[in-house]
Design a protein around this ligand. Structure first.
Ligand code: SF4
Ligand code: SF4
Length: 273
């Protein structure tokens, strides 16, 4: 039986680095020393669906707070590969994420495309699939995945997990009143560019936020080399609980901006029938 490598979201090192990030993102520090993070040219994460079978509290893709069956068309993954080849971008790592990516109805077509890209154009790229590794259906798909795919998981067994409070918007907190949101966070560098059903973002988390708030800031093609994506950082990091420092929690936390955003989306969905 295939068992994914265990991944830990919260570590002491990360908490220290979050505290440092918070200091580096204060306007007067960022003005003096520049931004700590820039968008990645090495790593990319693809959120292929927002379907999930676990519905965790504080999910940073809003799979619990605003469930969705949306799936990325396979053609979007093919276009990403085509543009990467045309622009001679040799990704070092591509992560396939969600939601729970194994629930995408065409997961094996997506995997085939990526493996073909690896074999033909970029033999050194690492292909990683992040899974919750929860439930029979997920296990069945994982068993059939080729060995070229590295599995990574936080091995969740329940919807209650220790997470940063994604839905506490920094803009709703007093201690962030001097923060420069265009600084982003370490996820831009460590996880990389995000390709999501809403387009390309400096991180995949931002695509998940845009699904809720509807700013429509996703790029519809692989961002140009000169595109810093800083407009996205200014718009989305002010809403994201990954920004700067916040204590991890197992309790559901929701600040005012998020409460209104989910309420508005729910109303729009009801009106749209
Ligand atoms: S398993 Fe991941 S994507 Fe699914 S609800 Fe939990 S945190 Fe969200
Ligand atoms: S949206 Fe969130 S995860 Fe993405 S860069 Fe901003 S703070 Fe980090």
């Amino acid at each position: 039986m295939k068992t994914p490598r265990r991944h830990r979201n919260i570590t002491a090192t990360r908490l220290f680095s979050d505290a440092y990030q918070f200091i580096r993102a204060q306007s007067f520090v960022a003005n003096r020393f520049g931004r700590q993070f820039h968008r990645s040219r090495d790593y990319v994460e693809i959120d292929i669906t927002y379907k999930c079978n676990l519905k965790c509290i504080n999910c940073n893709r809003s799979c619990t707070q605003a469930p969705s069956n949306i799936e990325m068309p396979v053609a979007d993954v093919a276009a990403f590969i085509k543009q990467s080849i045309a622009r001679e971008i040799a990704w070092k790592r591509i992560r396939i994420l969600g939601g729970e990516p194994t629930l995408h109805s065409r997961i094996f077509d997506i995997i085939d495309l990526l493996i073909n890209y690896q074999k033909t154009y970029n033999p050194s790229v690492r292909l990683v699939l992040g899974t919750n590794y929860f439930g029979n259906r997920v296990h069945q798909v994982i068993e059939q995945l080729p060995d070229a795919i590295t599995l990574k998981s936080t091995l969740k067994s329940s919807r209650i997990n220790l997470f940063k409070p994604f839905n506490v918007a920094p803009v709703d907190t007093r201690f962030n009143r001097f923060s420069d949101y265009s600084c982003g966070c370490r996820i831009i560098k460590a996880c990389g560019l995000g390709l999501t059903p809403s387009g390309y973002y400096m991180c995949a988390v931002a695509g998940g936020i845009d699904r809720i708030v509807g700013y429509h800031l996703g790029r519809n093609a692989l961002p140009e080399e000169s595109d810093t994506l800083s407009d996205q950082m200014s718009a989305f990091c002010r809403l994201c609980g990954h920004f700067g420092f916040q204590w991890p929690t197992r309790r559901a936390r929701l600040s005012k901006t998020w409460r209104l955003a989910y309420r508005r989306l729910k109303k729009e969905r009801i009106e749209a029938g």
